[in-house]
Design a protein around this ligand. Structure first.
Ligand code: ADP
Ligand code: MG
Length: 572
């Protein structure tokens, strides 16, 4: 019997934790404070891992990455008002990426509502723009069903973010155990399939294609459709192109991958099979001049409202990518067909790939110092373990890195994504490392950051060190946003006035020793300026399976991508 007289009683915090655990939610990221600390404690008591972060935004990025990686949402726990508002960036990012996420926000006491309570804010309303579902349980008894609904909504249909608001007075309120009914774990998302006639029509359009192309998006990665998509591509001998996070659904070094001829493939394809990717800015909206005006899109997506956005598709396949791809495979099993490997289209693509690859190799082999992006990434690629997670953000760092750093496994690349969010890298890396610890111990996480991108969530290095996650952080440092200045030019410039009036807004402090951020918390730090130093420090970092490290890689401050043509965005 308990001495506190609470026999048979349960706190609101405990009900929340138990309800989450019942829904098979296993990871919670956040920052505690009034009124949510007890929720984090209760989560640990019921066996949910709690990872305390340094900024709610990064916590929210981490929780959303768990959703993408495991198919089960992670939780981001935030305090009221400013805590919740800091988390909105992460919520927006998750929702834009179509990744499941549960945000649980403490809010001010109900009895003080509208009175100017501590950190009072209309939180449920605020979250609506950033989520699929946003609600406050009407009582503690209602918590389990609201949490079940939030978890279910986050993974059913198009995945996304859901918000549950918890008034401060719920957290410590004690209620009779028997008054709480936990709702059974929601069923896995129902699998929807495309209409048979549409599948037949799609197969026929593919069979008649002269210059076909399969585009694999992160929706396909999320759907775990790798096996069936690889079968389709191999059986029909189709060229394919991954989107940034579609990388690895089929390994990048697959002979049918035409990523090195991306623009050419998009521009001249006459039939495009779009598997879990939106025709947004990343894919240039599917419109000329980047595409043929009469290109036939076969658009497969789980979200009906997505079908027909920006183009009029030749065929729409509404359903789960894995199921739909299997339906297509059935058609090609019935009447086998393959795209002729000796076609002119393959020749064009292969030639373009060869010349593009030669160009990057040439840049990579440049011996001049400071190094350029290509030199850095070629040396990194040489040493990366094949099964590692590659997390990346920054402008040139992410874009050039994407072309050189290879992915061999699905869901092993995490980057700025649909929303182009900077600051996601460390949170994503932490999530990947935590999930790897549970599921694939020994698997490494490499986080490739531009110096500007690193700054957004740099204090999460402390989180990395606190939980002893052996993440290898690479900061590709050009002293600025897009571009920067070397130390001499920076000093010279300051002779003409105060930095606030003369320094270009893109510049950051030259020669910054970001590696000290890591050594400050006990990790390993390296400052490298040459290919040899880079190779050596990376070898040491990868050999060290217990400590995190940060390699600060100085590159040419004015280095850019290979062609000096004007581009509008990172995917051009
Ligand atoms: P990318 O960034 O790779 O181009 P997007 O995020 O733009 O990809 O598109 C992903 C698409 O995948 C979204 O339209 C989403 O609705 C869809 N999607 C998510 N899960 C599934 C699934 N299981 N089956 C089919 N489509 C899915
Ligand atoms: Mg930079």
């Amino acid at each position: 019997a308990r001495s506190d007289g609470l026999e048979g009683q349960v706190s609101g915090a405990r009900v929340i934790a138990q309800a989450l655990k019942t829904q098979d939610v296993n990871y919670m990221f956040g920052i505690v404070g009034i009124p949510v600390t007890e929720i984090a404690l209760a989560a640990q008591e019921v066996g949910i891992r709690y990872i305390g972060m340094r900024n709610e935004q990064a916590a929210c990025y981490a929780a959303s990455a768990v959703g993408y990686l495991t198919g089960r949402p992670g939780v981001c726990l935030v305090v009221s008002g400013p805590g919740l508002i800091h988390g909105l960036g992460g919520m927006a990012n998750a929702n834009m990426n179509c990744w499941p996420l549960i945000v649980i926000g403490g809010s001010s006491e109900r009895s003080q509502e509208t009175m100017g309570a501590f950190q009072e804010f209309p939180q449920v309303e605020a979250c609506r723009l950033y989520s699929k579902f946003s609600a406050r349980p009407s009582s503690i008894e209602a918590i389990p069903s609201i949490i079940e609904k939030a978890v279910r909504s986050s993974i059913y249909g198009r995945p996304g973010a859901c918000y549950v608001d918890i008034p401060a007075d719920f957290v410590n309120l004690q209620v009779n155990v028997n008054s709480i009914k936990y709702v059974e774990c929601c069923m896995p998302p129902p699998i929807s399939m495309a209409e048979t006639s549409a599948v037949r029509m799609a197969a026929s359009v593919i069979r008649n294609a002269k210059q076909p192309l399969v585009i694999i998006g992160k929706g396909a990665a999320y759907a775990r459709a790798e096996e069936s998509i690889r079968k389709l591509v191999e059986q029909c001998k189709l060229p394919f192109l991954p989107t940034p996070m579609g990388k690895g659904v089929i390994r990048d070094n697959h002979p049918n991958c035409v990523a090195a001829a991306r623009s050419r493939a998009l521009q001249f394809a006459d039939v495009i099979v779009l598997l879990g990717a939106r025709l947004n800015w990343i894919l240039h909206f599917g419109l000329p001049p980047r595409y043929q005006p009469d290109v036939k899109f076969i658009q497969a997506d789980i979200c009906a409202e997505e079908l027909g956005n920006n183009v009029r598709p030749a065929v729409t396949l509404l359903g789960d990518i894995n199921a739909v791809t299997k339906q297509l495979l059935e058609q090609f099993d019935k009447t086998p067909w393959q795209y002729p490997p000796e076609s002119e289209w393959w020749k064009v693509l292969r030639e373009k790939m060869k010349s593009n690859e030669a160009l990057s190799k040439e840049l990579a082999s440049k011996k001049s110092l400071p190094m350029n992006y290509y030199t850095v990434f070629y040396h990194v690629q040489e040493q990366l373990p094949r099964d590692c997670f590659v997390v990346s953000e920054g402008a040139n760092t992410m874009d050039i890195g994407r072309t050189v750093l290879q992915n061999y496994l699905p869901r092993h690349r995490l980057d700025a994504g649909t929303f182009g969010t900077m600051g996601v890298g460390l949170g994503f890396a932490i999530a990947a490392a935590i999930v790897a610890k549970d599921r694939n111990p020994g698997k490494r996480v490499i986080c490739v950051e531009g110096d500007s991108a690193f700054g957004f969530s740099g204090m999460e290095v402390e989180t990395i060190c606190r939980y002893n996650l052996p993440i290898v952080l690479l900061v590709v440092n050009n002293n600025g946003i897009y571009q920067g200045f070397d130390t001499d030019s920076w000093k010279e410039m300051l002779k003409f006035g105060d930095a606030t009036t003369v320094a270009p807004p893109m510049s950051l402090l030259p020669h910054s020793h970001y590696e000290h951020v890591m050594t400050a918390f006990g990790g390993k730090g390296y400052f490298v300026q040459t290919p040899e130093e880079l190779q050596k420090s990376l070898r040491q970092s990868l050999a060290d399976t217990t400590n995190p490290s940060l390699i600060n890689i100085m590159i040419e401050p004015q280095a850019t991508r290979k062609a000096q043509v004007k581009r509008c965005c990172c995917c051009c």
